[in-house]
Design a protein around this ligand. Structure first.
Ligand SMILES: [Fe+2]
Ligand SMILES: [Fe+2]
Length: 224
């Protein structure tokens, strides 16, 4: 059943770090959401000191989000709902890229080269590479859901923790948008794959993501 729901992005055991957003999600999706580990509180202070680096990294993240959605459409062109739902997300992510690019330009900064994304690389290691088609497809959707969820959480940190009012509002907008994206990827998984299987694999992904976050050094020049 799909309905308009109010849900907390981060589970309530997240040391009070909860927030509410309104969106269309299924009851099953609602039950399985929730990152297990909040971002280290030091991160936003470090990020504030290297906002230029954060903007560059963010720009690349948005670009990668757009290109990954294009790849999914190309790979799974037989899935009508996926194609229909992800097509506007490509436009949205590209719009995000342009917004961040405009912020860089305003500051006379250059986009620069793409950086090594340790977080995403560590997630990709967990993806099922061989085996059944369905398992590989599911992992591709859940990887995206997770990146969107963690990005959303980081944007929340920035929207609350920065001192600059303009930048707080800037990141709030991204936070809301990425929250919608991660539920969409879970919904797509539930559309094509048994919900119990989706839920089980999502919980494994959440555990893996927790171990990745624990291992990564807290650095202010990266979104993740
Ligand atoms: Fe985005
Ligand atoms: Fe997104």
């Amino acid at each position: 059943m799909v309905f308009y729901a109010v849900f907390s992005l981060i589970s309530t055991d997240f040391q009070g770090l909860t927030y509410i957003c309104h969106m269309e999600i299924s009851q099953d999706t609602r039950n399985i959401l929730g990152l297990k580990l909040p971002t280290d509180p030091r991160w936003v202070n470090l990020a504030e000191k290297s906002l230029e680096e954060i903007l560059t990294d963010h720009a690349w993240c948005e670009q990668k989000a757009a290109t990954t959605c294009i790849s999914l459409i190309q790979r799974y062109s037989d899935k009508e709902k996926l194609v229909a739902e992800l097509s506007p997300i490509v436009t949205e992510e590209w719009g995000h890229f342009r917004l961040v690019l405009a912020e860089l330009e305003k500051r006379n900064l250059k986009l620069g080269n793409q950086r090594k994304d340790e977080y995403v690389n560590a997630l990709l290691e967990f993806q099922q590479k061989g085996g059944d088609y369905e398992g590989r497809f599911l992992d591709q959707l859940l990887t995206m859901a997770l990146i969107e969820a963690r990005s959303c959480e980081r944007f929340k940190r920035l929207s609350e923790g920065l001192n600059d009012e303009y930048m707080k509002k800037f990141y709030r907008r991204f936070m809301e948008s990425e929250a919608g994206h991660y539920t969409l990827f879970i919904e797509l998984a539930e559309t094509y794959i048994d919900k119990v299987k989706v839920r089980l694999r999502w919980s494994q992904w959440l555990k893996h993501e927790t171990s990745v976050i624990k291992k990564l050094k807290v650095r202010g020049d990266r979104i993740h």
